[in-house]
Design a protein around this ligand. Structure first.
Ligand SMILES: Nc1ncnc2c1ncn2[C@@H]1O[C@H](COP(=O)(O)OP(=O)(O)OP(=O)(O)O)[C@@H](O)[C@H]1O
Ligand SMILES: [Mg+2]
Length: 247
């Protein structure tokens, strides 16, 4: 587990496209605004898009770090509010399964990051070896779920695999793209029913984010929705999640 910051969280999911990268980047912005020094590791290593969310064009990425051609200080890109980003590659398929040696290099670099309050790790969807590895690295695991039935089934699968492979028992759920909190709690109960029956894990409902057209409007312009639309429903809901995270 990473030990040099105050808190390391991983945002993961069973199904793709549930809003992980969107949540990670906008959450980092809110935390930065709260004066929390925040790092993001884009751990969707072969198809990263955190830099796109911020409208950035970083010079180096995790490949340069793993190749040993650049130091972690050189690879870190600076975003708004002092957010520091370790960008992934885009389209380098070898990085979808890190070797033991590559993991060691990456882990040592993360351990050597300057002191910070929060490190947020954005993973790819699914149950690949990288996903298991990055979840095992962090103190708190956040699983993003949407009302899509496939998302609910795949979330159960990812929790089961993470529990079996890492021994972790505590999982936090964020329900995204719902009409309101009532629907979010309904989705949470659906997954809780199954995990309670079949797995020895604890599932904590951490919060929800409503489906919000302003999220898409901002995302298409490569802007953060929390910055562009500070009063929109999704921003208010994510603010509550961030408050809970730092409290
Ligand atoms: N609350 C929301 N309301 C409306 N649209 C949303 C919401 N959350 C995310 N989206 C949209 O869903 C799409 C997918 O989001 P994102 O890329 O963050 O998902 P992801 O889980 O990181 O996907 P992947 O698994 O491919 O990495 C984006 O177009 C984003 O703008
Ligand atoms: Mg993503």
């Amino acid at each position: 587990m990473v030990k040099n910051g105050r808190k390391t969280i991983t945002v993961t999911s069973g199904k793709g496209g549930v809003g992980k990268s969107s949540i990670v980047s906008n959450m980092a912005y809110l935390l930065g605004n709260m004066d929390k020094s925040t790092f993001i590791l884009d751990a969707d290593l072969s198809l990263g898009n955190i830099d796109i969310m911020f409208g950035m064009h970083p010079k180096y990425n995790v490949k340069d770090l793993i190749d040993g051609t650049r130091s972690i200080e050189e690879v870190i890109a600076e975003g708004p509010c002092g957010i520091k980003i370790i960008p992934a590659t885009s389209g380098i398929s070898e990085f979808s399964h890190l070797s033991e040696n590559e993991r060691k290099i990456l882990f040592a670099s993360i351990q050597g990051l300057p002191k910070h309050d929060i490190l947020i790790i954005d993973t790819s969807a699914g149950i690949s070896s990288n996903v298991v590895y990055f979840n095992a690295m962090s103190e708190n695991i956040f699983v993003v779920i949407t009302p899509d039935p496939a998302s609910i089934t795949d979330s159960y699968a990812v929790i089961k695999v993470l529990h079996k492979k890492t021994g972790r028992k505590d999982f936090n759920v964020i329900v995204n793209m719902v009409k309101d909190e009532e629907e979010a709690l309904e989705i949470y109960k659906q997954i809780l029913n199954v995990t309670d029956r079949f797995l020895d894990v604890y599932l904590d409902y951490f919060g929800y984010i409503p489906i919000d057209k302003n999220v898409n409007i901002a995302t298409r312009k490569q802007k953060l929705w929390v910055e562009r639309f500070p009063d929109t429903h999704a921003t208010k809901a994510l603010m509550q999640i961030c408050n809970r995270l730092v409290s």
